[in-house]
Design a protein around this ligand. Structure first.
Ligand SMILES: Nc1ncnc2c1ncn2[C@@H]1O[C@H](COP(=O)(O)OP(=O)(O)OP(=O)(O)O)[C@@H](O)[C@H]1O
Ligand SMILES: [Mg+2]
Length: 258
């Protein structure tokens, strides 16, 4: 079930370039944390260090610790594949497996995890699609290609796929940036429901969205192009948007830069 994240002294590199520097933060279970900050400040990079996706990039390297409850994801002997199963991810562009049906998109991860019985798969596929608020729209077209759905439906399909394997943490990198306002609100409602079961981290450029969906907000910034991104502050969302501790945060959220 939902886990607590405890990051300390985390830096991430692309070859010799340090993209983020010395980040520490705690994230409580069953909360939504929003990452905000100008383009290039390392939000996506940091998000990908939370499920060991960063090191998939050639030259990608991480220093520091990420504890999930008490286990260091970067500890010796930890299998990155099992980390990615525990910490799921939803990307900016909906990316259903193009040749697969709606059903198979959701079932794919379960099959990899060894679930074989058709009745078990049926149950979890339905539960996940219901969980992603998509069931009613697709229940009559489960065998049609996932790529035939609308953008907003595809994104909810990707969320269904991510939650089917029962992760404990769900990372979302600008999950609504390709969506219309109605689909965006549908995803935001869904995030509100999912946080009862998961620990959620969402990157967004939409300040209203951060204010609407998150309990905590982390502001990242970089001092100049080519410099590493840093965590400037993290606090209750209400406080970040009403009375942040740092001037740069206020300037950013009020649209004075970025
Ligand atoms: N694959 C890569 N190889 C080399 N440098 C990279 C790579 N991906 C990102 N970077 C660099 O790392 C820094 C942080 O990038 P990142 O994508 O994490 O920023 P971001 O805050 O998510 O930006 P945006 O808001 O535009 O998505 C940037 O300077 C970027 O150019
Ligand atoms: Mg990004």
């Amino acid at each position: 079930m939902a886990k607590r994240i405890d990051v300390s002294g985390l830096s991430a590199y692309y070859g010799g370039f340090r993209a983020i520097d010395d980040i520490s933060m705690n994230i409580e279970p069953r909360t939504v944390t929003a990452f905000i900050g100008p383009s290039g400040c390392g939000k996506s990079t940091f998000l990908r260090t939370l499920n060991r996706m960063h090191e998939v990039t050639p030259g990608g390297r991480v220093e520091g610790k990420v504890l999930l409850d008490d286990e260091n994801l970067y500890g010796p002997g930890v299998d990155p594949v099992s980390v990615r199963r525990t910490v799921g991810m939803v990307f900016q562009r909906p990316n259903p497996f193009p040749t697969m049906s709606v059903y198979d998109n959701v079932a794919a991860g379960l099959k990899l995890n060894g679930v074989k019985k058709k009745s078990d798969l049926d149950t979890i596929v339905e539960k996940s699609l219901r969980g992603a608020n998509l069931w009613n729209e697709v229940k009559d077209r489960l065998n049609k290609p996932g790529s035939g759905l609308s953008g907003g439906q595809q994104q909810r399909l990707c969320i269904a796929r991510a939650i089917a394997v029962e992760p404990q943490v769900l990372l979302m990198d600008e999950p609504c940036s390709a969506l219309d306002p109605i689909s965006t609100l549908a995803i935001e409602d869904l995030i509100g429901e999912l946080k009862e079961r998961f620990t959620i981290v969402i990157v967004t450029h939409n300040m209203q969205q951060a204010a609407r969906v998150s309990d905590r907000t982390a502001f990242f910034n970089l001092s100049a192009v080519g410099q590493p991104g840093k965590l400037i502050e993290i606090d209750d969302t209400e406080r970040i948007f009403s009375n942040p501790s740092v001037q740069a945060t206020e300037d950013y959220i009020s649209g004075r830069f970025g």
